[in-house]
Design a protein around this ligand. Structure first.
Ligand code: AMP
Length: 218
């Protein structure tokens, strides 16, 4: 089972992807998480991509493709499947993916803009383990402390309003041609998320139902 999850920033993609991965016993590959980790560790790659991340712009294709290819080739359990979160963002990236791994489906989350704004302004991430919380809808037990590892929670630089607006614009402009590209190639499973307080497990169940309906899982 290999699928690509599309959804605007703040759709809850990361949360759903990690829950689905656990359920389906596959892994999540998030290029955004990979880049944030490189930036945090101040690696050569991190220094190359930091400016793009801070401005909410796409990292150039040749860098992203190189990262993805190495990631997939370096995964011993890649044959058991994966969920791609945040990749592909361009047709070039989609074509590069086809050369190294066949995908089974696209899961497309449709979320109104006001829901995104509500979600992102309340999103907090653990500095230590990367777990994601929402101050209204997925609260940590202790304020500002991660339930899982006691790490400190922070607001991502790119969850700030100017950057959010830029990321939404980028997302819309980049996604339309990709959906167009995939529409005759792969099943596109559309999931409507039109309220900010739908519990993540409900959306995850909707996605699993769609995957079952498409005969992609049992
Ligand atoms: P995300 O968490 O997926 O929104 O990614 C955060 C940031 O990482 C994006 O705003 C881009 O700067 C960069 N990024 C992540 N994935 C890609 C990709 N597939 N292509 C280009 N840039 C990416």
């Amino acid at each position: 089972m290999r699928f690509i999850i599309f959804g605007p920033p703040g759709a809850g993609k990361g949360t759903y992807a990690s829950r689905l991965a656990r359920e389906l016993k596959i892994v999540v590959i998030s290029t955004g998480d990979i880049f944030r980790d490189e930036v945090k560790r101040n690696t050569d790659l991190g220094r190359k991509v930091a400016e793009f991340l801070n401005r909410g712009e796409l990292v150039p294709d040749e860098i992203v493709i190189d990262v993805l290819v190495k990631k997939i080739q370096g995964m011993p359990n890649s044959k058991h499947g994966f969920i791609l979160d945040g990749y592909p963002r361009t047709i070039e990236q989609a074509k590069a993916l086809e050369k190294i791994a066949k995908s089974d489906a696209i899961v497309r989350l449709i979320v109104p803009e006001w829901v995104i704004v509500e979600r992102l302004s309340n999103r907090r991430v653990c500095k230590k383990c990367g777990a994601i919380y929402n101050l209204k809808y997925l609260k940590p037990k202790k304020p500002s402390i991660c339930d899982k590892c006691e790490g400190e929670l922070f607001q991502r630089e790119d969850d700030k309003p100017e950057v959010i607006r830029e990321r939404l614009k980028v997302y819309e402009a980049q996604t339309r041609p990709l959906i167009e590209y995939y529409k005759d190639k792969l099943p596109i499973l559309t999931i409507e998320c039109n309220s900010p307080d739908i519990p993540p497990e409900v959306i995850v169940e909707k996605i699993l139902q769609e995957l079952r309906k498409a005969n992609l899982i049992d």
